[in-house]
Design a protein around this ligand. Structure first.
Ligand code: PMP
Length: 384
């Protein structure tokens, strides 16, 4: 990451850790197909199995429960199609790789609302579970990617179990930022993505509780215990393993990042009292700050900040480059204007006070200019 940029977009992707990049290169140098029986294949297999153990340790799972995938999106798709579910119950604020994957199945699909702070409505979840026949899956993310708001996954899992439903948790944004233990969460399946925790892009995992049979989506070879065919991405997996070791330590240092984020939010509110911090009243990830400044479109803010050398996101990064009003903020009761004019600042291991200062100077300048032109206004428009 260029030193001249204040990179504050860790929830989109975290800069790769040196040790992870090294592990990628070393695995490429080793070469070999892990399915080959000769020495070269055995060396590649050793790399994959070492990483499997490292990733399992990160979330309190067993190595054989780890299925390596091409990332969080594939892991989420695999989870939602693990069985021929009759009903899929997901939170309304899930990542698109859950919402679109759920809509693409034959199951009936219920999106459970969240409250104004962005927290899953457990009573609505219970109502959605009532009277369900056949295999049912509840999928609730651990931390929202736009607001950082933590979800009551353990309670949701308890309700799901009472109704005989299985539980999937998308922990993509939580891992490496807060402690995550799959057993403690009560999840049957857990999604991870390497690039959110300092590993390479294009690799992730679905952790599947021992004893649960998952229908493969890819057919072909017998890799990943027959649950995900295709020659393993050995360099990616090696980098994921190296990043997982670092991520375990990272959680212990989360207080430093939280202090930086909290200081930033104090200054935002002091300088621009009209600004909203989404999810501020409830437990959140230590690194995420989602700011509402109604009247100035998110894209305008992101572009102006980019020109000032500050990288942030307009809510969720969108592959097409087009930004829609955030479905997450809309689900929290934001008006279309407020939802389309919020930005996400997300910090990480290398973030400094100089980065947040640079953001503040640029963002306050933007606000002052918008105010002069009469376009910025208090997000009274919070509620639709
Ligand atoms: N789930 C969440 C909560 C995410 O934030 C993301 C990445 N934006 C994904 C899933 C998808 O992960 P990947 O980029 O590895 O496909």
């Amino acid at each position: 990451m260029a030193a001249t940029i204040a990179y504050l977009d860790y929830n989109a992707t975290a800069p790769i850790r040196e040790a992870a990049a090294r592990a990628v290169v070393e695995a490429m140098e080793v070469g070999g197909n892990p399915s080959s029986v000769h020495a070269s294949g055995r060396r590649a297999r050793k790399i994959v199995e070492a990483a499997r153990g490292q990733v399992a340790t990160l979330v309190g799972a067993k190595p054989m429960e780890v299925i390596f995938t091409s990332g969080g999106t594939e892991a989420n798709n695999l989870a939602l199609n693990a069985l021929p579910f009759r009903r899929l119950i997901v939170s309304a604020i899930e990542h698109d790789s859950i919402l679109a994957a759920a809509a693409a199945t034959d199951a009936d699909f219920v999106a459970v609302p969240v409250d104004r702070d962005g927290v899953l409505d457990l009573a609505a979840l219970e109502a959605a579970l009532a009277g369900c026949e056949g295999p049912v899956l509840v999928s609730v993310m651990l931390a929202n990617n736009e607001t950082g708001v933590l979800q009551p996954v353990r309670e949701a899992a308890g309700l799901a179990r009472e109704h005989g439903a299985l539980v999937h948790c998308d922990a993509t944004q939580a891992v490496g930022r807060i402690a995550v233990d799959m057993v403690e969460l009560g999840a049957d399946m857990l999604t991870l993505s390497a690039h959110k925790l300092g590993g390479p892009q294009g690799v992730g995992a679905l952790i599947v509780r021992e004893g649960l049979d998952v229908q493969p989506r890819q057919h072909g070879g017998g890799q990943e215990f027959g649950r995900r065919a295709g020659t393993e991405n050995v360099p990616g997996i090696a980098g994921f393993g190296a990043a997982a070791i670092i991520a375990l330590d990272e959680v212990a240092r989360a207080g430093k990042i939280a202090a930086l984020r909290d200081g930033l939010e104090r200054q935002i509110k002091r300088s621009v009292p009209a600004a909203l911090i989404w999810g501020e009243a409830v437990p959140r990830l230590p690194n995420t700050c989602c700011i509402g400044l109604a009247g100035v479109p998110s894209e305008t803010q992101v572009m102006a900040l980019d020109l000032a050398g500050v990288a942030v996101s307009a809510g969720a990064a969108c592959s097409s480059g087009k930004v829609r009003p955030s479905h997450v903020l809309r689900a929290m009761g934001a008006s279309p204007d407020a939802a389309a004019s919020s930005i996400r600042v997300s910090l990480g291991a290398a973030s400094t006070a100089a980065d947040t200062e640079r953001f503040l100077t640029a963002w306050i300048g933007l606000y002052a200019r918008a105010n002069r032109h009469g376009s910025a206004h208090a997000p009274a428009a919070r509620r639709a």
